[in-house]
Structures are given as C-alpha cells and as structure tokens.
Design a protein around this ligand. Structure first.
Ligand code: SF4
Ligand code: SF4
Length: 99
C-alpha cells in the first residue's frame, strides 16, 4: 500500500482535498497511548471495530486479530467501549522502549 504524506510534511493550515484518502496518511506516528488487546479475555464481539474512528482494527473472518498501528491514533475509545475491558491503553514510549 502506498503511504501518503505524514504530519511532518504537510504545511500548517494545509488542506487535504482528495476525498477518501485517509488510508494513505499515517496517523499512528503522533499516538501517545497504544491499545494492547488481552486476547485471553476477548470475545471477538467486534464492538471495538465498530467504534474505532480510524478503522484500525484488523480482522480475519469473524475474529479480531490486532490493531493497525500505522493508523491507530491512540484515542482510547475502544478501551472505553470494550464490554470485556480487555483493551489496555499503555504509554507508547514505554512499549517502544523509549520512556
Ligand atoms: S470490544 Fe473487546 S471483547 Fe469485543 S472484540 Fe474488541 S477487544 Fe474483543
Ligand atoms: S485507540 Fe482509537 S484509533 Fe486506536 S484502535 Fe482504539 S479506537 Fe481505534
């Protein structure tokens, strides 16, 4: 998949005019919190998939298999909505080993 410009290359106040291109933009680079799914408690109900504003949940058939970290911006909506409370938001830099 082609990767579009990120926040570092778009001018302040810039306007994106091409509709339907959000998949080309990496929104995960400014994430400060990362969702970690505890699959042992997950019921694969897909509530998180439904609520995610970035369509960042990855599925295979009827199963949830992970998060697309290039597009997850760490809003935490999934963690709030998960009925099993099996999504934990953790500090991004701690996961990357930088903090
Ligand atoms: S909302 Fe929670 S239980 Fe449902 S699929 Fe997502 S992580 Fe699993
Ligand atoms: S933190 Fe926000 S953007 Fe990331 S997977 Fe959850 S709902 Fe989607």
């Amino acid at each position: 998949m082609e990767t579009g410009a990120g926040w570092r290359t778009i001018s302040p106040g810039g306007v994106v005019t091409q509709a339907g291109n959000s998949v080309l933009y990496e929104t995960g680079s400014w994430r400060t919190l990362r969702p970690i799914i505890h699959f042992d408690a997950c019921s694969h109900c897909m509530i998180c998939w439904l609520f995610c504003p970035d369509s960042a949940f990855l599925t295979e058939g009827k199963l949830l298999i992970g998060v697309d970290l290039e597009h997850c911006k760490g809003c935490g909506i999934c963690a709030v909505e998960c009925p099993k409370q099996c999504i934990e938001m953790v500090e991004e830099m701690a996961v990357r080993g930088g903090g």
